[in-house]
Design a protein around this ligand. Structure first.
Ligand SMILES: [Mg+2]
Length: 309
């Protein structure tokens, strides 16, 4: 877990009751903040800083049940475990609280031991939910990453390029794309074997990634072909970028277990034209335009950059 401290928001309109419970929680090591009504509490909860909400039911402005409902509707990225405190412990009241989205129910004034036990049980749920979420994020990330090179993969490219193009269109911003392909990669595999070929691919992927600026990203398109997406970048600038990368690839040999292997790469550059809505008006067409330019680089002798017409 990134943060070991469980943060509790304690909400009660009675200052004395607030102070007593806050004292108990802080003594147990919970980072505790307070609010005196539902509205104030909701504003704090929406910052996403709290793991546990311990709220009184009867309060002016917004009561505990309404607060619970708002918290559930907000659908925050991290689960907020919610406990309701009330003097009314009828069956009906319990049902109403649980229906509003509360996880548990505490009689007011709470017994010290029961309060701490129930908050601890909430903390357990929160930690469990956090580790599940982290595992999911990891799986999600892995499903979009190329396992060999650590760049994004083709799935990510297909999904993300559409979004980048929509953004470029909406704000009338330039967007360029570079297709980079290792020259004579088959020879590397034939001469040194596939394991060395993999080292060379990793090296090439890493050169692409370490050449990027903040918003750029790179995906392995397949085989020895990589795609670099450059948001906010017109064709001329993208072409200069590709030229710098070409020089770097040609001058930094790949360190492999069979020694240094020198490589070169060919590049094709295309710009997404947001205004004309012409032939580059889809991810596929933009890739095709860059690919055609790459083909020109190959045809003209490799180790060079060509821009799409
Ligand atoms: Mg009250």
């Amino acid at each position: 877990m990134a943060d070991d401290n469980i943060r509790v928001l304690l909400v009660d309109d009675e200052p004395v009751s607030r102070r007593v419970v806050q004292f108990l929680l802080e003594k147990e090591g919970y980072v505790t903040e307070t609010a005196s009504n539902g509205e104030e509490a909701l504003a704090k909860i929406l910052t996403g800083r709290f793991h546990i909400l311990l709220t009184d039911w009867q309060m002016p402005k917004m009561d505990g049940l309404a607060l619970c409902r708002h918290v559930r509707e907000a659908n925050l990225p991290g689960y907020v475990y919610t406990l309701i405190l009330t003097a009314n412990s009828s069956e009906q009241a319990v049902v109403a609280a649980l229906e509003a989205g509360a996880d548990d129910f505490l009689h007011k004034p709470p017994n010290k031991h029961e309060l701490l036990a129930r908050v601890m049980s909430g903390a357990r749920i929160v930690r469990l939910e956090q580790s599940l979420r982290e595992a999911n994020e990891k799986i999600q990330k892995l499903s979009l990453t190329d396992p060999l090179c650590g760049t994004f993969n083709r799935k990510y490219l297909n999904e993300q390029l559409v979004l980048e193009m929509e953004r470029a269109k909406r704000y009338s911003r330039p967007l360029s794309l570079i297709v980079a392909d290792l020259d004579h990669f088959k020879r590397v595999n034939d001469e040194f074997g596939h394991l060395i070929g993999d080292d060379v691919l990793r090296h090439f992927g890493s050169l692409c990634m370490t050449s990027m600026r903040v918003n750029d990203w790179v995906a392995r398109y397949g085989g020895e072909e990589f795609v670099i997406v450059l948001p906010e970048t017109p064709l001329g600038e993208a072409s200069c970028y590709a030229e710098r990368l070409r020089l770097r690839v040609a001058s930094v040999a790949a360190a492999t277990s069979s020694g240094a292997v020198s490589i070169t790469a060919s590049f094709g550059v295309a710009e997404f034209s947001a205004v004309s809505g012409d032939k580059t008006d889809s991810g596929e067409n933009l890739l095709r335009a860059a690919d055609a330019a790459l083909y020109e680089s190959k045809r003209a002798g490799r180790n060079q950059v060509t821009c799409a017409k």
